[in-house]
Design a protein around this ligand. Structure first.
Ligand SMILES: [Zn+2]
Length: 66
């Protein structure tokens, strides 16, 4: 599970998303284990580009260009 803090009124609310699913910001949630595994990240990026939802997510997540 990956934890996100999303604005909720004047406060923040913690939301847990299962690794690999869409996060509250429209990106893909990636747990620390996957983020530190180059093969997993390569699989994720290949899948992302195959569904052509890539550029905004890649830029916002800081993974650079494809
Ligand atoms: Zn994971």
């Amino acid at each position: 599970m990956v934890s996100f803090y999303v604005p909720r009124g004047a406060d923040y609310c913690e939301v847990e998303v299962r690794c690999g699913l869409t996060d509250p910001f429209g990106g893909r949630s990636i747990c620390d284990t996957c983020a530190s595994d180059p093969r997993t990240m390569a699989d994720i990026q290949r899948h992302e580009s195959s569904i052509a939802a890539d550029n905004a997510w890649g830029a916002s997540a800081g993974y650079g260009e494809y």
